[in-house]
Design a protein around this ligand. Structure first.
Ligand code: NDP
Ligand code: 2IT
Length: 449
């Protein structure tokens, strides 16, 4: 996967492959950034001399630990916990926690690496990190989730803090899990340190709009891309993969802006509802009941459920992949292009494969990379940290206004950076370069860190 790299970057990438064997998702995310950096080394030769790229590819600290817990039958279960503290040049490590059986070091490192540049793009003072566990929350009772979270925090608490490392949610981690994790941190440290976690409940230090922020932000970014092409969301057919936190709020904001959202999915299958998705019903099934999305078709007339279906085969104007990494391949990209899709924005982290991204680029489709398009979540986390630091609490309207402004700024930064480096319209290049240069400059200023 080293084709397309500048001759100075090729050996750096080979070294990353050699030092991190088997971590394919991490390799993919590093390659995706290095691909854009050739012209940066021409403009800033000092970054090569200072080995900034080699340093950025090596996490500052990686913590792997045992998480033992007892299930409801009294049986002992053992999981593995991770926290990868990738880069703190711009601020405390910041990034979510993922609970999913597929989690291993390579996934946490790909997420942590992307987070460094995403967080830089927000313009807010946050470094990059990520954590999680191979724990599978599916089918577990609240009591089991609590015992797991408490055991996880019993090790993790010594590594985090409002000035050190500030976790939040990701796949499998929402407000319930953050409550249990924060509660155990408070108990172990004897401190009500609000700023140590984001995504908290509104009654105990959380911020308005944090729950909605990633999905809303994806749609604000899509709107900005369409606006740059003198188009709008109004009346567009939209398809959103996933039915979790990001997908639900992307559906909601797209509907509010006049789009017709006709399909979503979960890890088991796809729902098509030509009448437009009923968001209350999705929330009832996926949030309150924590059930499978197939229940939607049983309760809504005219809706179809396709168990092994591919959501990208449904003709649409706009596609928003909001479930997981590598869920949209080159084949899917070609199908979307043939069906007349004009814009794609990544709500999930790295949902489109490199070949898929290339197909969109060649077809001239507006493509918003995750580092830019889904940065609204972590940006609002940084707003939550601001409110915690000043013991303040902002209104929904004010916070949403800040989010919208941040997403417009990120869009403008990516757009202008792509133009400046000779790749007009290529938001991937723009996001990678703008994020990287900001972190690299800070590292240069701080010496050999
Ligand atoms: P949730 O756990 O709330 O939802 C995840 C959704 O994706 C569920 O519908 C789930 O299906 C589906 N899904 C998860 N894994 C797979 C898989 N391997 N194959 C198919 N479907 C899968 O997570 P979020 O909505 O928070 O996260 C979604 C994506 O957005 C992730 O890539 C995450 O990293 C990214 N992201 C999240 C942010 C946030 O603020 N939460 C911020 C920025 C990015 P099922 O219900 O069946 O499990
Ligand atoms: O991938 C992401 O940006 C997140 N899961 C959110 C991170 C955060 O700290 O809010």
């Amino acid at each position: 996967m080293s084709e397309g790299l500048d001759e100075k970057l090729e050996p750096i990438y080979r070294e990353v492959l050699h030092r991190n064997p088997g971590e394919t998702e991490f390799h993919q995310s590093v390659h995706g950034v290095l691909e854009s950096l050739g012209p940066v080394l021409v403009k800033y030769p000092e970054f090569a001399e200072l080995k900034i790229i080699q340093r950025i590819c090596e996490p500052e600290r990686q913590i792997i630990f045992r998480v033992p817990w007892q299930d409801d039958k009294g049986e002992l279960q053992i999981n593995r916990g991770f926290r990868v503290q990738f880069n703190s040049a711009l601020g405390p490590y910041k990034g979510g926690m993922r609970f999913h059986p597929s989690v291993y070091l390579g996934i946490i490192k790909f997420l942590g690496f992307s987070q460094v540049f995403k967080n830089a793009l927000t313009g807010l003072p946050i470094g990059g990190g990520k954590g999680g566990s191979d724990f599978d929350p599916r089918g577990r009772s609240d009591a089991e989730i609590m015992r797991f979270c408490q055991s996880m925090m019993t090790e993790m608490y010594r590594h985090i803090g409002e000035y050190t490392d500030v976790p939040a949610g990701d796949i499998g981690v929402g407000q319930r899990e953050i409550g249990y994790l924060f509660g155990q941190y408070k108990r172990l440290t004897n401190r009500f340190e609000s700023g140590v976690f984001t995504g908290k409940g509104l009654d105990w230090g959380g911020s308005c709009v944090r729950t909605e922020a990633t999905g809303y932000g994806v749609v604000f970014f899509t709107e900005a891309m369409l606006d740059a092409r003198k188009e709008s969301l109004d009346g567009k057919r939209v398809v959103v993969s996933g039915a979790g936190n990001v997908a639900i709020h992307a559906i909601q904001k797209a509907q509010l802006l006049g789009a017709r959202v006709i399909a979503c999915s979960d890890s088991r299958g796809v729902i098509l509802d030509e009448g437009g998705l009923d968001l209350d019903l999705i929330r009832q099934i996926k949030v309150r009941e924590r059930g499978p999305i197939s229940a939607y078709a049983e309760r809504r007339k005219g809706a179809q459920y396709n168990e092994d279906g591919c959501i990208w085969e449904i003709p649409c104007d706009i596609a928003l992949p909001c479930a997981t990494q590598n869920e949209l391949t080159a084949k899917d990209a070609k199908t979307l292009i043939e069906n007349g899709c004009v814009a794609v924005a990544e709500g999930a982290n790295m949902p489109v494969t490199p070949e898929g991204i290339q197909a969109f680029r060649e077809a001239g489709i507006a493509f918003g990379p995750g580092k830019a398009a889904n940065a609204g979540g972590v940006a609002t986390s940084a707003l939550e940290m601001q409110q915690n630091a000043s013991r303040d609490s902002w209104s929904f309207e004010y916070t949403e206004g800040r989010l919208q402004e941040i997403m417009c700024n990120i869009h403008r930064t990516c757009f202008e950076t792509a133009e400046e480096y000779g790749a007009p319209g290529n938001y991937t290049t723009g996001a990678n370069i703008a994020g990287f240069v900001k972190v690299a400059r800070a590292m240069e200023a701080m010496g050999h860190i």
